[in-house]
Write a new protein. Structure first.
Length: 302
C-alpha cells in the first residue's frame, strides 16, 4: 500500500512539474515568440492583442478539427493584427472580435452575417498549411474587416480583393522584419521566404496598367476572385505601401457612407472613396486612378 501510495504521489509530482515546464511555451508557441510580442496574450483557444491596457483585437477559434494547435493559429493571426494595427491604429478604435471556424475549402472566407456578439465570422482551413499560410489567409480576411462592408454584390469587389491580397502579403513581409529582432529566427526565415515567393511569378502587365485595366475591366467586374489577375494590381499596391506607410490607411474609407443607390463602376467607387478620405489620405484613391488610367465619376450616382 505504501509503495502504491508513493508511486501515485511521484506520478502527481512529475505530472504537475511537466505541466509547468510546458506551460510557458503554450504548446507550439515558444517563449521567445511570446516575449517578442508581449502585447499578445494567450488564453486557451483565443489570443488577445492589446495596446497598453486597451484591448485591440480578440481572435478565437473553435477547439476541434484543426491540424495545428489552436494556440499557434490564434497567435499567428494576432501577430498579423499587431503589424496591421501599427500601420492603421485608428481603424481599431473599438475592439474587434473575430471567430475562426474550420472548413474544408482551401481559401478563407469571411461571412456576410456577424455572430451573436457582433463578432466577425471567418471560415478557415489549415489543411497542409504552414504557419505563414495561416497568417496569410487571416491577413486577407482582416482586410475585409477593416473595410467593414460585408454585403453581397458590393461594387468592384475585385478591387477590394486585390487590396486584401496586398495587405496579407505586406503583413507577412512586416512579420518577417519583426521576427528578425528575435533570437528565434526560424519564423523570420519562414515568413521572409513565403512573403517573397507568394507573388514570385506575378509581373506588372507588359502593356501598362491603363491598357491592362481597359482590356480586363468587364471580366474583373464579373469575376471577383481571380487571384491571378487581382495579384497583378496587388503587387503595385504593396509597392505603394512600402514607399508610403500611410497608403493602406486610405482603404479604411473605401466603402464608407455609401448611398442607397450604388453604381458598379471603378469611376464611381474611386470617386466615393476619394470623397470619404480625409485630405491627408486622398492621395490613395488619386494614385490608383492614375495607375489605372481612369477618372473619377463626375456624379456620385445617376
Amino acid at each position: 500500500m505504501r509503495v502504491r501510495t508513493l508511486s501515485i504521489t511521484i506520478f502527481i509530482i512529475v505530472y504537475i512539474s511537466a505541466h509547468y515546464l510546458v506551460s510557458p511555451s503554450y504548446g507550439f508557441i515558444t517563449q521567445e515568440e511570446m516575449e517578442q510580442f508581449p502585447s499578445i496574450k494567450l488564453n486557451g483557444t483565443s489570443a488577445s492583442l492589446y495596446e497598453g491596457t486597451k484591448l485591440i483585437m480578440k481572435i478565437s477559434a473553435d477547439s476541434m478539427g484543426w491540424a495545428f494547435p489552436v494556440d499557434e493559429i490564434t497567435f499567428r493571426c494576432a501577430a498579423v493584427g499587431y503589424v496591421v494595427n501599427k500601420a492603421m491604429p485608428f481603424a481599431f478604435n473599438d475592439p474587434v472580435e473575430i471567430n475562426l471556424s474550420k472548413w474544408d475549402q482551401s481559401h478563407p472566407r469571411i461571412l456576410f452575417n456577424r455572430g451573436p456578439n457582433k463578432e466577425y465570422l471567418v471560415k478557415f482551413s489549415d489543411k497542409g498549411n504552414q504557419s505563414p499560410y495561416i497568417a496569410f489567409g487571416f491577413g486577407q480576411e482582416l482586410g475585409h474587416v477593416l473595410i467593414d462592408y460585408l454585403k453581397p454584390g458590393s461594387p468592384q469587389m475585385w478591387f477590394e480583393e486585390a487590396f486584401c491580397e496586398a495587405l496579407a502579403v505586406w503583413s507577412l513581409q512586416q512579420l518577417a522584419l519583426e521576427w528578425e529582432k528575435s533570437i528565434d529566427l526560424y519564423y523570420s526565415k519562414a515568413f521572409s521566404s513565403e512573403a517573397k515567393f507568394l507573388l514570385y511569378d506575378i509581373n506588372p502587365p507588359t502593356e501598362g496598367y491603363p491598357q491592362w485595366f481597359a482590356k480586363n475591366r468587364g471580366y474583373l467586374t464579373g469575376k471577383i476572385n481571380d487571384r491571378g489577375k487581382n495579384s497583378i494590381l496587388a503587387i503595385k499596391l504593396i509597392e505603394y505601401a512600402n514607399a508610403d506607410p500611410t497608403f493602406f490607411q486610405s482603404f479604411f474609407y473605401l466603402r464608407k457612407n455609401y448611398p442607397v443607390k450604388v453604381v458598379d463602376s471603378m469611376e464611381w467607387v474611386l470617386k466615393r472613396w476619394w470623397e470619404n478620405c480625409p485630405d491627408h489620405l486622398k492621395s490613395g484613391p488619386e494614385r490608383v486612378a492614375k495607375l489605372l488610367g481612369i477618372k473619377f465619376a463626375e456624379e456620385i450616382y445617376r
